[in-house]
Structure formats: structure tokens, C-alpha cells
Design a protein around this ligand. Structure first.
Ligand SMILES: C[S@@+](CC[C@H](N)C(=O)[O-])C[C@H]1O[C@@H](n2cnc3c(N)ncnc32)[C@H](O)[C@@H]1O
Length: 271
């Protein structure tokens, strides 16, 4: 099972979506409490860069929050309309809404059980709502959002061209897509070319692989403990692979550079 989890993005397209939804249903079943609010590999500052200040309640999720912060801190979100595609269990949506004060923030995900989790756990955050929808066919009118946020999700999509076209459509004329994801080096040229063909300018591209490896190293114990307490024994190895804990193939692939992690700021060009 852990091999399938490691390689899900290489599975035939037909199998990816059901596998993904089954996996997230399991996760939402095993952790119905408010514990795992994130599903990304995290980000740690390097070379003595100053860490962001967090409220005590957010310290547990520091590394996952730092990834979100890295993705959005290059723009001014205050008073803006923001859509997040692939919001997962809503931790990033909640962090950005509370700390960056957009006018509105919609967290969207294809997994209904994750949306149910979010609606239950973040109902007190002003300006934040959640809805179920597919990244490849966004359930929104044209030109609605100033920013679209996308963290560690685009890699799962069957049709990335459709995703970028859809984001282009729902962004306002000067809107931006703020995206971070993992990628094999051999796929990078194709990924950049899809971005350009959809009408986006790459205004910033940063390789954050070392930041992600450092975060995984520092967060590994917390992730292991969480999995050991929440997940039945027979599923733990698969969950640890998915979580990238030390010694798993996912962690090793990041540490040896087989998998890279990139972040982008993409600006909508006038077509
Ligand atoms: C690795 S998780 C990341 C979640 C969240 N961004 C985070 O950092 O915690 C990827 C998310 O993308 C969602 N996803 C996968 N395919 C999708 C699609 N076609 N449309 C919308 N969401 C999708 C999954 O349900 C999952 O919640």
C-alpha cells in the first residue's frame, strides 16, 4: 500500500481520483477531531532567516503554516477576494484568513468529507467559507478573485491544463495564482510550458526543496506520534510514507533531490 501511495501521481488517471478520495475519507474517519489540520510537507527557514511570529495555538502546525506563509507573503491579501483550490483540512485557509485579513476567503476541495471537517472546525473564522468542487471545473463565475492559492494539490489533478485555464478564467484581470508543489526535475519544462500556455507570466519561481527537507526533519517526530496514536497499525506505514517521515521513500526522495519542491507567483496576462 505504501508503494501505491508513493506513486499515486504516476497511476493511470482513471485510478487517481478514487484512490485520492478513498485515502482522504480514511484520514477524515481516523482524525475526526481537530488535530491534523494540514496535509503538506512544510517549510523551514534556512540560513538564520527570522521565523514568523505565531499565536501559541498555531505553534503545533508551525512548519505547515510556514509553507503557506512562504506562498502568500509576497503579495498583499488584506481586503482582497481569495480562492484556495485544494484546501484539504482547512488549516492554511484558517491561518491566512486570521493573519492576513482578506475580505473573503473560499477554501475549495474535491473531497466532501474534508469540506465537512472544515465546516465543522472553522465556523468561527470571519470571512472564511468552504465549498466542494473540482479544480478542473471551478464552480465560480469569471473574474471573481484577486488571488488563487494552491498548495501541494496541482500534482494530483488529471488535467493540469484545465486547472490553469480555469484559474485564469476566475481571476480578475490583474489577479495572481500563488502555487507550491513537488515535481520531478524531468517534468519541470512541461509544467512551465503549461503555465505559459494558459496565459500566466511566471513572475517568481523559487526552489524550496531544502526548506521542505529541513521542515520534514524537524516535524518528523510529531508526524510519527500523530500517526501512531490515530491510525490503525496495518495502515501506519502507508500514512508515514504519505507524511514523509524520516526514513520513508518520500523523505529520501526529497533529501536526495529525486523530488523537487517549487513555489511560484503567476500573474494573469491580458490575452
Ligand atoms: C496534499 S493535500 C494538500 C491540502 C492542503 N493544501 C494542505 O496543504 O494542507 C491535496 C488536496 O488536494 C485535493 N484535491 C485533489 N484533487 C483535486 C481536484 N481535482 N480538485 C480539488 N481538490 C483536489 C485533495 O482532496 C487534497 O485535499
Amino acid at each position: 500500500m505504501s508503494k501505491i501511495i508513493e506513486k499515486y501521481a504516476e497511476l493511470p488517471k482513471l485510478f487517481r481520483k478514487p484512490l485520492w478520495q478513498w485515502w482522504h475519507k480514511k484520514m477524515n474517519k481516523y482524525d475526526s477531531g481537530n488535530i491534523a489540520n494540514f496535509m503538506n510537507y512544510g517549510f523551514e527557514y534556512l540560513n538564520g532567516d527570522v521565523r514568523i511570529q505565531l499565536k501559541e495555538q498555531d505553534e503545533t502546525d508551525r512548519y505547515c503554516i510556514q509553507l503557506y506563509d512562504h506562498v502568500v507573503n509576497k503579495v498583499d491579501l488584506k481586503g482582497k477576494d481569495v480562492l484556495e483550490v485544494g484546501a484539504g483540512r482547512g488549516g492554511g485557509a484558517s491561518y491566512i484568513t486570521r493573519y492576513y485579513e482578506p475580505k473573503s476567503y473560499i477554501g475549495m476541495d474535491i473531497t466532501q468529507s474534508s469540506i465537512d471537517f472544515c465546516n465543522k472546525h472553522y465556523k468561527d473564522v470571519d470571512g472564511l467559507t468552504f465549498t466542494c468542487g473540482n479544480a478542473e471545473k471551478l464552480p465560480f463565475d469569471d473574474s471573481l478573485f484577486d488571488f488563487v492559492v494552491n498548495v501541494e494539490s496541482a500534482r494530483c489533478y488529471n488535467d493540469q491544463v484545465a486547472f490553469f485555464n480555469e484559474v485564469f478564467r476566475v481571476l480578475k484581470p490583474d489577479g495572481k495564482l500563488l502555487l507550491a508543489d513537488m515535481i520531478y526535475p524531468a517534468e519541470m519544462d512541461n509544467f512551465r510550458s503549461i503555465i505559459n500556455q494558459s496565459g500566466f507570466n511566471i513572475t517568481q519561481e523559487t526552489n524550496i526543496s531544502q526548506n521542505v527537507v529541513s521542515a520534514l526533519e524537524k516535524d518528523s517526530e510529531r508526524r510519527e506520534n500523530l500517526i501512531d496514536t490515530k491510525i490503525p497499525k496495518f495502515m501506519r506505514k502507508s500514512f508515514k510514507t504519505f507524511a514523509g517521515t524520516l526514513g520513508t521513500s518520500r523523505y529520501n526522495n526529497f533529501a536526495t533531490g529525486i523530488f523537487q519542491y517549487l513555489s511560484f507567483v503567476l500573474e494573469k496576462q491580458k490575452k
